[in-house]
Each structure stands twice: as structure tokens, then as C-alpha cells.
Design a protein around this ligand. Structure first.
Ligand SMILES: Cc1ncc(COP(=O)(O)O)c(C=O)c1O
Length: 387
């Protein structure tokens, strides 16, 4: 086995690179999770999350991956057989649908081509037709990590309001929070779902909800069975700085440090940095003469870019070369896109030179894999970034 030197390039769209400051915070000794120092840390962590979600309402932290938070959003607010409207924007929307179906919900799954975001006209028409208000919730993925497509949640809110429909709005921001602008309160979202391992620059293992008043009210009558995920004991104990079960103490150290880093930079600057790195990536793809999975310019993701492989070429073979030859990890094509795409993650703790290294690795891997392309991608990115 060959020995690798230098830093591994982890450029999948999450988990992302964990900054040294966060790693050092996580390495502190574990403390008593029922003591005063822990309570102070919980308060700082929760207040920081409110700023990141842009909400004044309650936020909860689960010791789970994002999938747990999907389930938690549904079981806290819905009852067996309730209708839920979802959109097939990609792999993660399909997985969330599966969770809802397994829980006994009746899902209206609007088909999609995995190249577009949520169709707000279909959303409006479906809700306007539902005069009996049988649809209890609309559950959407803000940023489809599998396709690099970002749905327009502000527009979703407008169309929901136009239809005057009382369905709850639940949004998965797992690969957008802290990298793409997102406003829980202003956009009238009832439950926002997030996880630690992407824009928040933490290892996997924590997930989050921002919870609106309407969702809290619905939770009182919701009859899907819930225990571990129940908001009520969580919110009650959080008020004193504690949790109803043993929390992930060391990941919470990391969360507080990551929040401090985000606020030092300022959220608008964080979003602008992601927009710039994403644009450089898209210019590189254009320079290679390759096509984005995302078909609509307005929906191009600022946290992940999915690139279509030319006909007859396999994205996984390219990824294998990138890893073995250049120690670069790229995202795989998922679900229906398996082998047909590769994904570049450009979110979290990332700067211009890290991105240039990544794009250089992709360009070399394309050449090493015999993929037909133009060697103009890195040059285009450099030109853009050095302006
Ligand atoms: C948009 C989105 N939703 C949900 C998930 C699932 O989260 P997890 O793998 O942390 O359970 C992911 C994972 O990458 C994701 O990108």
C-alpha cells in the first residue's frame, strides 16, 4: 500500500472539513452533563443556533444524524394516515418520503426529473384543489445534495399563502444551513431540519430543529407514537440548560466553537464566500465543457455542484482515480444518478486555494480517466477568483 503524505482533500458535500479550532474544542475533557458549566454551554449553543436559523423560537438538538431529525419532525406533528405533500427533487427527498411512508403517513409524491427544485406552481395548484385541507404538511428539501439544486423557499411560502392552506411547512436544510441564506421566521417555516456535518463544520452526530409556534401547537394533538424524539421534555429540560437523556457533550463543545467562528465571519460573509466558491466551481465545469445536473440557473446550489458525466463514462471510475491518484474524495452519484454524475462539495471551512486544489484534482482525474473534456476549467476558476 502506498503511503500518503500531505492533507487528504475531503470535498464531498458533507461531512465537510472540520476546522482545527473545532477539533481542539471537541478534544476537551467530557464534563458532568448535569452541572453548571454544561448548562452555560447549552445556552450558548442554543442561542447560537437561533441566530443561524434566523429564528426567535425554540431550537432543539438531537444526538443523531439528519435522518433522525426527519423522523422527529414527522412524529412530533402528524397522526397516522395524515396526508403529506412532498416533491421528488432528488435522492434525499425520496429517502425522506420513505421515512414518512414507513411511519404510516399518506404521501403525495410529486414526480420530478432530479434536475429541478420544487415546482411552486404545482405546489400552489395541489393545495388550492385541497379545499377540505386533507393535506396536513408540505415537506421539502431546501438544497438537494444529490443534484446540486436549491429550491426557492421564499417563493414556496408565497404560493402557500396564496392558496390560503393551513398545511405545516417543513424544510430540510441539512446541506444549506450556514452556507446558503435561510430564514426560518421570515419565511414562515414551521419545522426546519438541519445536521452538524455540513455548513456547521462539525463531525456527523448532531441534528437540529427550529420549531415554529404552529408546529408546537400541532404537537399537542399529533398521534404518531413518539418517545425519544418528543419535543416537550427536550424543550422543558433545555430551559434549564439540560437534556432529557445523555447529550453529545463533546460535539456540543464543537458546536459552540463553530458558532463562534460563523459569527466572527458574519453570516452574510459566510453566504457570500459560499456563493463565490460555487461560482468558481461552475465556471470550471463550463471550462471543462461538461454539464451541470441542475437545469435552472436560478436554482444552482452554492454548497454542492453535481456534474453530469459524458455518455459512456462512469462517475465512480473517475472518483476512484481522484482518490487513488490524488487523495481527493468527491461525492458519488446517488440513487437514479449512480455512476452518471460526480459531486464537488464546496461548503463549510473552505477557501480559494482549497477549492483550486480540488478543481485541479478533478481536472487531473478527468484526464487520468480518459474522459473527453477541455483543459480550461481550472484556468477559468483562477481567472474568476483572482479578479
Ligand atoms: C439534504 C439531506 N437531507 C438528509 C440527509 C440525511 O442525513 P444523514 O445522512 O445525516 O442522516 C442528507 C445527507 O447527506 C442530506 O444531504
Amino acid at each position: 500500500m502506498s503511503v500518503k503524505r500531505g492533507r487528504h482533500f475531503l470535498q464531498i458535500p458533507g461531512p465537510t472539513n472540520v476546522p482545527d479550532r473545532v477539533l481542539r474544542a471537541i478534544a476537551q475533557p467530557t464534563i458532568d452533563h448535569r452541572g453548571p458549566a454544561f448548562a452555560r454551554m447549552t445556552r450558548e449553543a442554543l442561542e447560537g443556533l437561533q441566530r443561524v436559523f434566523q429564528t426567535a423560537g425554540p431550537v432543539v438538538i438531537y444526538p443523531s444524524s439528519g435522518t433522525g431529525a426527519w423522523e422527529a419532525a414527522l412524529v412530533n406533528t402528524l397522526s397516522p394516515g395524515d396526508r403529506v405533500l412532498m416533491f421528488e427533487t432528488g435522492h434525499f427527498a425520496a429517502l425522506w418520503r420513505d421515512v414518512a411512508v414507513r411511519l404510516g403517513l399518506a404521501v403525495d409524491f410529486v414526480p420530478g426529473d432530479w434536475r429541478h427544485g420544487v415546482d411552486v406552481d404545482v405546489l400552489h395548484a395541489t393545495l388550492a384543489e385541497d379545499r377540505a385541507h386533507a393535506i396536513k404538511a408540505v415537506a421539502l428539501v431546501h438544497n438537494e445534495t444529490s443534484t446540486g439544486v436549491t429550491s426557492r423557499i421564499a417563493a414556496v411560502r408565497r404560493r402557500l399563502d396564496e392558496a390560503a392552506h393551513p398545511a405545516l411547512l417543513m424544510v430540510d436544510t441539512i446541506s444549506s444551513l450556514a452556507s446558503i441564506d435561510y430564514r426560518h421566521d421570515e419565511w414562515g417555516v414551521d419545522v426546519t431540519i438541519a445536521a452538524s456535518q455540513k455548513g456547521l463544520m462539525l463531525p456527523p452526530g448532531l441534528s437540529f430543529h427550529a420549531i415554529g409556534e404552529r408546529a408546537l401547537a400541532r404537537a399537542k394533538d399529533a398521534r404518531l407514537p413518539r418517545s425519544y424524539w418528543d419535543w416537550a421534555p427536550m424543550i422543558r429540560d433545555n430551559a434549564a440548560g439540560f437534556f432529557p437523556y445523555t447529550p453529545s457533550t463533546n460535539l456540543l463543545y464543537g458546536l459552540v466553537e463553530a458558532e463562534r467562528m460563523l459569527f466572527e465571519e458574519g453570516l452574510p460573509n459566510v453566504f457570500a464566500r459560499h456563493a463565490r466558491l460555487a461560482e468558481a466551481t461552475r465556471r470550471a465545469v463550463e471550462g471543462w465543457g461538461l454539464e451541470l445536473v441542475c437545469a435552472n440557473r436560478e436554482e444552482r446550489s452554492n454548497s454542492a455542484t453535481a456534474v453530469l458525466m459524458p455518455e459512456g463514462h462512469d462517475g465512480d471510475a473517475l472518483r476512484k482515480n481522484a482518490l487513488e491518484r490524488f487523495d481527493l474524495s468527491l461525492g458519488a452519484g446517488l440513487g437514479k444518478l449512480k455512476g452518471r454524475t460526480f459531486r464537488i462539495g464546496h461548503l463549510g471551512d473552505l477557501n480559494d486555494l482549497m477549492l483550486v486544489g480540488t478543481l485541479g484534482g478533478v481536472e487531473m482525474a478527468l484526464a487520468a480517466s480518459g474522459v473527453p473534456f477541455k483543459r480550461e476549467g481550472v484556468a477559468r476558476a483562477l481567472e474568476y477568483l483572482s479578479k
